[in-house]
Design a protein around this ligand. Structure first.
Ligand code: ZN
Length: 88
């Protein structure tokens, strides 16, 4: 059964790697529009405009996007040791 009615591709790079994002529309999903990157990222959106923006942004990260990623990585590196994290 054909449920994917619409497909787009975005070529770009992030983290120094060339990647391709594939976007699809799937009427059987609660969020119709999905994107999948060759890096393994997979997200879904309700509106095509959000999807387009996310796909473009993911394949063409800005200077500030790269900085934010670096800061996030640093925060992970300086995280408390696992035994000091709260337990449930
Ligand atoms: Zn990616």
């Amino acid at each position: 059964m054909l449920t994917q009615l619409w497909v787009g591709t975005y070529h770009g790079s992030h983290d120094g790697t060339r990647v391709v994002v594939t976007t699809t529309r799937d009427d059987e999903q609660p969020l119709l529009y999905g994107l999948e990157c060759t890096c393994g990222l997979s997200q879904r959106y309700a509106a095509p405009v959000s999807l387009d923006r996310a796909a473009w942004r993911h394949t063409h990260p800005t200077f500030w996007d790269r900085w934010r990623q670096k800061l996030t990585a640093l925060r992970h590196a300086f995280r408390l040791h696992p035994e000091q994290e709260p337990t449930r």
